[in-house]
Design a protein around this ligand. Sequence first.
Ligand SMILES: [Zn+2]
Length: 506
Amino acid sequence: MNRQPTTNNQQPTTNNQQPTTNNRQPTTDNQFETVIGLEVHAQLKTASKAFCGCENRYGAEPNTLVCPVCMSMPGILPVVNRRMVEMGILAALALGCRINRRCKFDRKNYFYPDLPKGYQISQYDQPLAEFGKLHISGEGFDREVTIVRAHLEEDAGKSFHQDDGTQLVDLNRCGVPLIEIVSGPDMRHPEEAAAYLNEIKTILQYIGVCDANMEKGELRCDANLSVRLKGAAELGVKTEVKNMNSFRGVVKALTFEMERQIAILEAGGVIEQATMLWDESKGEARPMRSKEESHDYRYFPEPDLIYLEVPEGWESEIRRGMPELPAPKRERFTADYSLREDIAAVLCAERPLADYFEAVTEYGVEPAAAANWITGEVLRIAKGKGISIEELPVDPEATALLLKRISEKVISASIAKEIFAEMVETGASADRIIESKGLKQISDEDELLNIVRKVLDDNQPMVEKYLAGKTKLFGAFMGQVMKATKGKANPQLVNEILRGELGKRE
Ligand SMILES: [Zn+2]
């Protein structure tokens, strides 16, 4: 993600929103501090739904993955999905939370067409887990965000508003298990919120409980945002921002809301508590009608479910299955492989990519060379083809062989790029392509010497200019030799020979 180099003390100005602010004191920009907390909903990728046996799958024909329980026919009884609880515990542990030995489910009552029961089974005052923390850092910030709680609940269905004013409902999503992760009001800039959300996404993907694709709604987030004078002890009046459907959308929506609040305060106004709906196409957030946001959920314990007990043994069994998480992996990559932090971050952004890197090094490739190649060529080609690292038809062993041929100077790095592209297309090994296409690097000194001499003889005027002091022409000679050898000449050797030969002609 591209992060702007802004921090909480460098907030974007609001000049374009307030024509009068041109005359304000120059200190105004630094006068305010933004406070952000996030509520993240993540779908747990269990095989079946939270309280019934229906398949939990995205993209099926509308209303085909339903049963009396998730359509809420009279007389139904929910049954808790054990995998949902296990995945919830794993996620909560990965977020540093304390698992409550005992928690309960509650009904959250509200009316909406995509919620046929008229209530959502959620957890209110006794959630699955509490007191977690997540460390985030980036350009200008380094922060520990508290996780107030993580609880389990079921998803609602989906409504589709038609152009003719009617509304269609798809209940396939009804009863899909969710974990809701609530942060403290600890973030100080929209970019921090995006970094926090991204870290949650990476963790959930690492532990395999959620694919966290925001476009598919697998990961969703609402934010609470307020602004206060710097140094103030009390929080300002907050607004809730909803309907952010991408990482970029989160930054844009929160920046919009932050600037809106600052502009109001600078003009001497007061912030009114509201729920703001982000409109991605218009690039603005506007308040929901107050009728729509009057929640009184009348939570009460779900009478059809008993307390959920999590014995210590179950928790520790789940903990034992925890893979290495992104943050410790990044640290290990910088420490053990001496990689730069940003390179380690790119490699560790996806577990399969990190695994691929480690597998290549296990075949004896220098970590720096492997990291360089994977963050460069491998990612470039995978992105260009729109495939994941797991779908890449070149396995780590084949990539390692190619990289060894570079270090052995059999091929140059630039030829290796061509070879790699062909490996991806054909599945052939590096050696076979080198052999069949005659791409072996020319490291024969006599052969190169002849080519260098011919290039110099053919370019006598250039040689004279070079000898007269235009030393920049050296690169042009190199280029000529490379052209004559179709890029196969060993560049280091050409460099040496060329210097020697030009020296002789002085
Ligand atoms: Zn069902």
